[in-house]
Design a protein around this ligand. Structure first.
Ligand code: PLP
Length: 427
């Protein structure tokens, strides 16, 4: 990087400035309101340094910090704040394609062989959406099988990559999920990276939900191998309770985003400015004007410190473990998969007495499928609590309790269970 360093020391995410008694601060509202008033008052976008110097720098230091946490040497690499995890994932796919076939930028898809991407059958639907939007097509996204707890099976990944190659297709992108949306499962990143390396395929980690566990010394082992990825999606607007929207895509290779997306519009990104052009970061985005998503994250980080985020995340995981321990052997409950949940997703069935003793297995499944929707509807009617439910594969409707609010208490969990039993016992 040429020219003077434009990053002032005060902007580095540093030690926590807030006294210990006030941590973890579960309520982001004060910070969020501050953020909104400041960014709305300034009403600026972030295409160039001259338009939003402070926000460009905040983005620079924060993305660097996040890359350090991922484990990339000296926080080197690139990144961008995008309008959500789905878009971050699409950016990753765009970069992977460009890396393998840079000519696609000018010539389009017709000059390319048939590409194929891989992701687990439990992955987020945004991978398929991205493939559709980029002209790759949803049929070119191959779903990899998962084990009983929802983790991608690396041997199946290898098998399907080989199958694709035999058909003359070109594998270009693997998306491993760190924290799947329903089970909260973490794909085995080290094993997946070995396969990606062997076949020279871009490895993306969709950590939209689970990426925040990197902030926790107790839980970050679940993402072991994330530093081997070419790109990582990480949504501070999920587990870190930063108000929507705040999602980052982190990229290991420097300069790739720039060459992939830049158009050098001469009325904005003049190349003869008399200062360091590397801070005109807008041209690596697909958008022109962008909303300022960085200030609230930076502000919360300055206020809580890494330690504050860690405490908040650990608390949520502790609450979900409490829920799991409470129901795993409790009469009338069945866990959807064996073993302790890895994230805060606790997936379970509640079997009301009327369903519990049905002998016929198929009939029991059929009746159980109807339980969660009725209980949920009653919850909404009474307005007491809420929990989501869904089927998954061959599993009938089950409850999925996800805890991302560190202000929740053990009593809240007790209440949830009492409420499920109160509203469901007559079914
Ligand atoms: C939520 C989620 C996304 C999408 O993120 P948005 O910010 O809602 O676009 C992508 N992947 C996973 C695993 C998610 O849980």
């Amino acid at each position: 990087m040429s020219g003077p360093c434009l990053v002032p020391a005060w902007s580095m995410p540093g030690p926590c400035l807030v006294p210990a008694w006030s941590r973890p601060c579960p309520c982001p509202s004060v910070l969020a309101v501050t953020h909104s008033s400041v960014t709305r008052a300034l009403c600026n976008s972030r295409f160039t340094y001259e338009v939003a110097p402070v926000f460009v720098l905040l983005e620079y230091v924060t993305l660097k910090k996040m890359r350090e946490i991922i484990g990339w040497t000296d926080g080197r690499g690139d990144g961008i704040f995008s309008p959500g995890g789905a878009i971050s994932n699409m950016y990753a796919m765009l970069l992977a394609r460009f890396k393998m076939f840079p000519e696609v930028k000018e010539k389009g898809m017709s000059c390319l062989p048939k590409l194929v991407a891989f992701t687990s059958e439990h992955s987020h639907f945004s991978i398929k959406k991205g493939a559709a939007a980029l002209g790759i097509g949803t049929e070119s996204v191959v779903c990899i099988r998962v084990d009983e707890s929802g983790k991608m099976i690396p041997a199946d990944l290898e098998r399907k990559i080989l199958e694709a190659k035999q058909k003359g297709l070109v594998p270009f992108f693997v998306s491993a999920t760190a924290g799947t949306t329903v089970y909260g499962a973490f794909d085995p990143l080290i094993a997946v990276s070995d396969v990606c390396k062997k076949y020279n395929v871009w490895m993306h980690v969709d950590g939209a939900w689970g990426g925040s566990l990197l902030m926790s010394r107790r839980h970050r082992w679940k993402l072991d191998g994330v530093d081997r990825a070419n790109s990582v999606t990480w949504n501070p607007h999920k587990m870190m309770s930063v108000p929507l929207q705040c999602s980052a895509l982190l990229v290991r290779e420097e300069g790739l985003m720039e060459s992939c997306n830049q158009m050098h519009a001469c009325y904005l990104f003049q190349q003869d400015k008399h200062y360091d052009l590397s801070y005109d970061t807008g041209d690596k985005a697909l958008q022109c004007g962008r909303h300022v998503d960085i200030f609230k994250l930076w502000l919360m980080w300055r206020a809580k410190g890494t330690i504050g985020f860690e405490a908040q995340i650990d608390k949520c995981l502790e609450l979900s473990e409490y829920l799991y321990n409470k129901i795993k052997d409790r009469e009338g409950y069945e866990m959807v998969f064996d073993g302790k949940p890895q994230h805060t997703n606790v997936c379970f069935w509640y079997l009301p007495p009327g369903v519990r003793y049905i002998e016929d297995k198929e009939e029991k499944k059929k009746q159980l499928h109807k339980v969660a929707p009725v209980i949920k509807a009653r919850m909404m009617e009474y307005g007491t609590t809420m929990v989501s439910y869904q089927p998954q594969g061959d599993k009938v409707n089950f409850f999925r309790m996800v805890i991302s609010n560190p202000a929740a208490t053990f009593e809240d969990i007790d209440f949830l269970i009492e409420e499920i039993e109160r509203l469901g016992q007559d079914l």
